[in-house]
Ligand binder design. Structure first.
Ligand code: GLA
Length: 415
């Protein structure tokens, strides 16, 4: 009996969670990724400042250190599609485009590392990348080894040009190949995105294989794109949210804050909801030229702390009333993050009467709680009871982000 019990304890502690066991991404990955802003711009003659070449990543790395991005937590500088040469080398290895990356990826990794940052790269599980560059099918071990030798710290592995029935094996084989290199490489997958068209993906297997995974279409620089991502996530939260936790995260795609398409209220909404969703925070913008308000929002320590909360539970949409959406995320230390998004896009600011007793997570305020508003601006709302009513003013397509901290009766008596 005791031996059985001991065995049970041992087996539980050997397999605490079924997750990719590389010890990485214990909180959602933070960094910068070129795709949404710079896409597949390879025209360095006409557009030298915005084309995909080594200078772009070096400049971004410089700014990330100088302008407080690294200090705020943004650590990974990531290359997306369109970096490779169209042919592999005589040994079958991927090589960077020699014109645009004359120093090679290893030198670029050294540069990025010398700044205290990490380097991400992009490849594809199928025969070609989405933009038509060489894919990794048939070369998983070679490519994993090449990336490790170059000193790469993150791989975004896309799913174009692959028979969907082979996606699972492909993603698992690359996961194994990365582990076998012995280098710590965050593994960012797009496996479920390419599977949803055919059937419900197996999130247990995905979590065992990847550090984060894209579920849905590419983000664009527009509010309608952000809304579609939020609606897809809410509709499918029962499948995807339970899979998230330290080591593995749902990836709703890049932050487009600081670009052209979102109003400031909408930028605040993206930041707040990406924090609630425990999403990787990969900015795709031009950090060399970003407006101070967007910068302040992206570097907002309180919002980042919600995103990076060590409990690692993904939040859910818990209610929709009168075109207000309520999203809730449990945090460590008996706290709750609460976002209220005003989905009405006509008229001015609207008032949302928040009665804490009606929250699905009302127990955080039973009998009392401390409420802090984080967005649109920081404000202590003080101690509240279960039946307190808070009147929140929320702009069209804007979000109020709050934290609610439970106050236990013992603490009340003691204080
Ligand atoms: C797919 C991915 C994008 C980006 C492009 C590159 O569309 O979903 O994030 O990587 O490919 O071609």
């Amino acid at each position: 009996m005791i031996i059985n019990l001991l065995m049970a304890v041992v087996s539980v502690s050997v397999y605490p969670v079924q997750t990719l066991d590389n010890g990485l991404a214990l909180t959602p990955t933070m960094g910068w990724l070129h795709w949404e802003r710079f896409m597949c711009n390879t025209d360095c003659d006409m557009d030298p400042d915005n084309c995909i070449r080594e200078e772009l990543y070096m400049q971004m790395a410089d700014v990330m250190v100088k302008e407080g991005w690294l200090e705020a937590g943004y650590e990974y500088v990531c290359i997306d599609d369109c970096w490779p040469h169209h042919q592999r080398d005589p040994q079958g290895r991927l090589q960077a485009d020699p014109k645009r990356f004359p120093s090679g990826i290893k030198k670029l990794a050294d540069y990025v590392h010398s700044k205290g940052l990490k380097l991400g790269i992009y490849a594809d599980v199928g025969s070609k990348t989405c933009a038509g560059y060489p894919g990794s099918l048939g070369y998983y071990e070679t490519d994993a080894k090449t990336f490790a030798e170059w000193g790469v710290d993150l791989l975004k592995f896309d799913g174009c040009y692959m028979n969907w029935t082979m996606l699972g094996e492909g993603y698992k084989n690359m996961s194994r190949a990365l582990n076998q290199t012995g280098r710590s490489i965050v593994y960012s997958c797009e496996w479920p995105l390419y599977e949803w068209a055919y059937h419900e993906p197996n999130y247990t297997a995905i979590r065992e294989t990847c550090n984060h995974w894209r579920n849905f279409a590419d983000v664009y620089d527009s509010w309608s794109s952000i809304k579609t991502i939020l609606d897809w996530t809410a509709t499918n939260q029962r499948f995807i949210a339970p899979a998230a936790g330290p080591g593995g995260w749902n990836d709703p795609d890049m932050l487009v804050i600081g670009n052209f398409g979102l109003s400031h209220n909408q930028q605040q909404s993206q930041m707040a909801l990406w924090a609630i969703m425990a999403a990787p925070l990969m900015m795709s913008n031009d950090l060399r030229d970003i407006c101070p308000k967007s910068k302040e929002l992206l570097q907002n320590r309180r919002v980042i702390a919600i995103n990076q909360d060590p409990l690692g539970k993904q939040g859910n949409r818990t209610g929709v009333v009168d075109q207000f959406e309520m999203w809730e995320r449990p945090l460590s230390g008996g706290r709750l993050a609460l976002a209220i998004l005003n989905r009405q896009e006509i008229g001015g600011p609207r008032r949302f009467p928040l009665t804490l007793a009606t929250l699905p997570s009302y127990q955080y305020c039973n009998p009392m709680c401390n409420v802090t508003q984080i967005l649109p601006m920081y404000q202590e709302l003080g101690v509240q009871g279960l039946f307190s009513k808070l009147l929140l003013k929320i702009n069209p397509s804007g979000t109020a982000l709050l934290t609610v901290t439970h106050i236990s009766i013992n603490a009340t008596i003691l204080s």
